[in-house]
Design a protein around this ligand. Structure first.
Ligand SMILES: Nc1ncnc2c1ncn2[C@@H]1O[C@H](COP(=O)(O)OP(=O)(O)OP(=O)(O)O)[C@@H](O)[C@H]1O
Length: 533
């Protein structure tokens, strides 16, 4: 409303200024007759500025508030999926959702609705003001403005198509650029370079075509402007000649007709803004319609208390059409330690993820103290477990921030003690680890992730390949520290390596979807939990 009033005030200001200037030019004997006009010009000038300011303030505040809601919804969706979202979405796409998509949606009202409403308001005011003077004059003032708006309407499908194409190409470009950066060491940049160049070329082509359409629209608006001013002057002069309109009023009418074109200027951006916001809205709905593999029940049961007892009952998991776990049974009790080894791709990680409910079984059930994990409060369940994932990425922050993901209340002394225990005493807590931990070595990264898991005040530790990147000596040190730190609590180790098996009381092999006892105890080079204590 404020925007429409501001646009109308602009037309009123031009009209009264025209009348004032022309009347003043006649040097009236009674100068006081100008006072009313001077006051009107001042009031409209100040009013227009005030209205415009208030409109910007309230409009942008409302838009940013809406954007905040959109970002929270996006964050909510992303957090419901976690890393699993990357099975549906590329990193570059997610970035564009958080940036340009939210931007397009939050400013849709200001970029689409407001310009249309302002034009409608100005057209109405101009028509109402002039039709009483002369219908022909009103038509000549309003008609070209309508034509300028019609030109925008006519090119709308083309602009919308180009704008959507630009967004699609930009997303593809962003996704490939991220891939190229992430896989720099694997020559990904060279691999993606031709496609990135092709995308840049297509983007430049789209920008050129959009530029041509916009230049055409600007030209059409200028032509309509010239038509309106000439037409109003021509018709107005005839009316003045016939004594039906005073020359003083003609100046006001001409300036009002010219000022009305200010409302047409933002129109050319409307189709693109509308198309981009519409596409962003559809993408948002499509993302929100995706169901994560794991959801918290609407009315979750509280996690049963008492010593932890996890159980897999006839659990079957199929991935990409292949049965990875086949009617599998397993018991894991408080304080017990178990190691699972087996061939690569055999389902060891899948099994660990079932226990922390990062995944639900296709058949059978996983229980905690008798309760199906699917009925339990997810956060409550995960608070009792701590999972170290193979190749878990680190947060792009300081080492301290990464460790606080394990226990945000842990003191610096405690953090340093854990780092020391894992052979990371040389690292500074304030050091920035880089995106995904790229400023650390592979072995350091893995140990920071283990440290994070050890810091969690949980009852069961699920370690997926905890020593994958380590030399034998460091591996011994890390295993000894884990044994000491986690003494008395439940431990599941999933590994290919021999040394970690020494931490476990039981060793099972996962092969062809089934768990079988290991034929014999492997050479136990690392300290057992008892030795370590
Ligand atoms: N998100 C996924 N979507 C589809 N299939 C998956 C997914 N994650 C894993 N798989 C498939 O499930 C199977 C078991 O994978 P899993 O990671 O559990 O094996 P693993 O025994 O831990 O292997 P490794 O020892 O190599 O880490 C593999 O065939 C893998 O391709």
């Amino acid at each position: 409303m404020l925007g429409v009033l501001a646009a109308c005030a602009g037309v009123g200001l031009a009209a009264t200024s025209g009348v004032l200037i022309s009347r003043a030019a006649l040097r009236p004997a009674d100068f006081l007759s100008l006072t009313l006009l001077v006051t009107a010009v001042r009031a409209l000038g100040l009013g227009r500025a005030g209205l415009r300011y208030a409109e910007r303030l309230t409009g942008h505040a409302a838009a940013l508030k809406a954007g905040e809601g959109l970002r929270l919804r996006l964050f909510d969706t992303v957090s419901r999926f976690g890393r699993d979202l990357l099975a549906f979405e590329r990193g570059g796409d997610l970035l564009s959702r958080a940036g340009p998509d939210v931007d397009a949606a939050q400013f849709r009202f200001l970029r689409v609705i407001l310009p249309l409403a302002a034009l409608a308001g100005v057209l109405t005011v101009l028509l109402a003001g002039l039709v009483g003077l002369d219908p022909g004059l009103a038509l000549l003032a309003v008609g070209p403005l309508g034509l300028a708006a019609g030109a925008v309407w006519a090119v709308r499908p083309r602009v919308a198509r180009l704008a959507r194409e630009e967004v699609t190409l930009s997303r593809e470009h962003a996704a490939r650029l991220l891939d190229a950066l992430a896989g720099g060491g694997d020559n990904a940049a060279t691999h993606h370079a031709p496609e990135l160049a092709r995308l840049s070329e297509r983007l430049a082509g789209v920008a050129l075509r959009l530029g041509r359409v916009n230049a055409g629209l600007a030209l059409a608006q200028e032509a309509a402007f010239a038509l309106a001013v000439t037409g109003v002057l021509w018709r107005g002069a005839a009316l003045v000649g016939a004594g039906e309109l005073s020359g003083v009023w003609l100046a006001g009418v001409v300036l009002a007709a010219a000022a009305a074109f200010d409302a047409a200027a933002p129109l050319s951006a409307v189709p693109a803004a509308d198309a981009v916001a519409g596409a962003a809205g559809q993408r948002r709905l499509a993302l929100e319609a995706l169901a994560p593999a794991v959801t918290s029940p609407d009315t979750p049961a509280t996690v049963p208390t008492g010593p932890l007892h996890l159980r897999l009952e006839n659990v079957t998991v199929r991935r990409a059409g292949r049965t990875v776990l086949d009617s599998l049974n397993l018991d894991l009790r408080a304080g017990e330690t178990l190691a699972i080894s087996g061939p690569s791709g055999g389902g060891k990680t899948t099994l660990a993820r079932l226990l922390s409910r990062d995944l639900d079984p296709d058949g059978g059930r996983v229980t905690l103290n008798g309760a199906d994990l699917r009925t339990l409060d997810l956060a409550g369940l995960r608070a009792r477990l701590s999972l170290h994932e193979q190749d878990a990425p680190l947060l792009d922050g300081t080492l301290r921030e990464n460790l606080h993901l394990g226990d945000h209340r842990a003191s610096d002394e405690r953090l340093r003690a854990v780092l020391d225990g894992l052979g990371l005493g040389h690292l500074d807590l304030n050091a920035w680890v880089g995106e995904g931990g790229t400023r650390l070595s592979g072995g350091e990264r893995a140990r920071v992730s283990v440290a994070r898991a050890l810091l969690r005040p949980a009852e069961m530790l699920l370690l997926d390949e905890p020593t994958a990147h380590l030399d034998p000596e460091t591996e011994q040190r890390v295993l000894a520290f884990i044994a000491r730190e986690w003494s008395g609590r439940g431990l599941l180790i999933v590994t290919h390596r021999t040394a970690p098996l020494g931490l476990a009381q039981r060793h099972l092999i996962l092969r062809a979807g089934q768990l079988v006892p290991a034929p014999e105890c492997p050479a136990q080079t690392p300290p057992t939990r008892r030795q370590a204590i």
